[in-house]
Ligand binder design. Structure first.
Ligand code: DLL
Length: 438
């Protein structure tokens, strides 16, 4: 696909987009029915045939795919082309069980690079940009996914991968990187390290923007990163089962993520009834790949919670937008009957200001029949050596804000700066010991 075609897809009318999506869906459904035993079985079970899929609205006739299906097909049973046509594999590890393996054909890799390049253009990158790619390289899709997109766009791509923070900062300064790609938690860590490692003179850096994702982050976290690094931070979304980064991304308006819906068709469903929610209501994001060859995926239940934005974006693109991912349904903690998402806790902490850092850990356990709920929060450097009453006061304030925001009380434990482990990739914030045999 040429650059002009990519741009055209971003500005189609709703009817034009539906036509493209419908044609592509019909093709991909026939392909998986003919080539992937598990899809044929699932479709036969619900009595649907490829010839029943005539438009994108017919998608609701199709069965869902879940992570378990991919795991059960480990390593290659989900491929819909011969292994000889696969040029790359990535894999994601879950908290339990086998890896989920994803295979890409040459054309999948090209399409992926085009989608990431499209996202990067949305946030203002071009061939003059210097892009430091600090997502991990390897089986994780972040590093290589951003890398190929950045090269496709013609940007100077610096493949630092994650870790080795001192060298990251040196290269960022010396190569005059204007764009950094990493997880939001790593961005905070980089910002903290700047002053510690002697890079406090911000004018030595040319950094303008960050492209960040791979984990849920709040609006408050975005503002904090923007303030610390003096950049604009953009949200990019994706998942390995569907492709990797580049499924959706914010544009310069920073007002919702444009879904690359010519290749990835999004639906939002009620996770209990499995029916589509009303436009604008939140629910679980379900994605169908419309053009992928190696592993086309039909109606994949992502477990990510979001909603669509209904109005048109000020940037003029017509690609549908979703709100930032609020959390994962499997990240949602139910504590004493109340639903709690880590993003709510993050928002409360970031509103407290610099008396705390954005590093926290949630510990849930059960004593007898009762759930215990503790949040360990790191104090800011400026509180160290401060008088006890200021610390007591801070603790009370956080307890109060948590109760009024979460609807449930939490024990707040303030810990010293730099005591909560930093992450180079996705942060691990929840320790739930309720079902651990003790
Ligand atoms: O995290 C792909 C990626 C890499 C996306 C780099 C963005 C940037 P997985 O490891 O398969 O793939 O994890 C996918 O991460 O289902 C979400 O729960 C979460 N996630 C990804 N991006 C975002 C985001 C990559 N922008 C899972 N906001 C997804 C919130 C995100 N959560």
């Amino acid at each position: 696909m040429c650059n002009n075609c990519i741009d055209k897809m971003e500005y189609l009318s709703r009817d034009e987009m539906k036509l493209v999506q419908g044609e592509r869906l019909a093709k991909v459904v026939k392909k998986v029915y003919d080539n992937v035993a598990i899809y044929r079985k699932k479709m036969d079970e619900c009595g649907v045939r490829p010839c029943d899929i005539k438009s994108i609205d017919d998608i609701t006739k199709l069965p869902f795919t879940i992570k378990h299906d991919l795991r059960e097909s480990y390593p290659f049973d989900f491929f819909s082309v011969p292994k000889s046509e696969i040029v790359r594999v990535h894999a994601s590890s879950g908290t339990t069980g086998k890896l989920t393996v994803v295979g890409y054909t040459k054309s999948d890799i090209d399409m992926w690079a085009e989608m990431v390049a499209r996202c990067m253009r949305m946030v203002g990158c071009d061939n003059n940009s210097v892009v430091q790619d600090s997502f991990g390289y390897g089986l994780f899709t972040g590093g290589l996914g951003m890398h190929y997109g950045s090269e496709k766009l013609g940007s100077m791509t610096v493949p630092t991968s994650s870790g080795n923070t001192l060298r990251q900062l040196q290269l960022m300064r010396d190569f005059e990187a204007d764009t950094i790609c990493c997880t939001p938690s790593y961005a905070i860590f980089l910002a903290e390290s700047m002053s510690k490692e002697g890079f406090s003179d911000r004018s030595e850096f040319k950094l303008k923007r960050g492209i960040m994702g791979a984990e849920p982050w709040s609006e408050e976290m975005r503002r904090d990163i923007e303030h610390r690094l003096q950049i604009k931070a953009f949200d990019i979304y994706g998942l390995s089962e569907i492709m990797g980064p580049g499924v959706a991304c914010e544009c310069e308006a920073q007002d919702g993520l444009h879904f690359n819906e010519d290749n990835f068709y999004p639906e939002i469903i009620d996770p209990d009834t499995l029916e589509p929610v009303e436009l604008g209501e939140s629910g679980e994001l379900v994605i169908t790949t419309l053009t992928k060859e190696g592993i086309p995926i039909i109606r994949y239940r992502t477990r990510d919670i979001t909603s669509f934005k209904t109005e048109q974006c000020s940037c003029g693109r017509t690609l549908i937008r979703m709100n930032r991912i609020f959390g994962r349904s499997d990240d949602m903690l139910i504590i004493r009957g109340v639903n709690v998402f880590p993003s709510q806790i993050e928002s409360v902490l970031l509103n407290i200001g610099d008396r705390v850092t954005p590093h926290y850990q949630i510990l849930v356990d059960r004593v007898g029949a009762l759930d215990t709920f503790e949040i360990q929060v790191e104090m800011g450097e400026n509180l160290i050596g401060d008088n006890i009453s200021a610390i007591q006061q801070l603790k009370k304030e956080i307890e109060h804000d948590m109760t009024s925001n979460l609807g449930i009380s939490a024990k707040i434990t303030l810990v010293n700066p730099n005591t909560i482990a930093r992450s180079e990739g996705k942060a691990k914030r929840i320790i739930d010991l309720r079902n651990v045999v003790k």
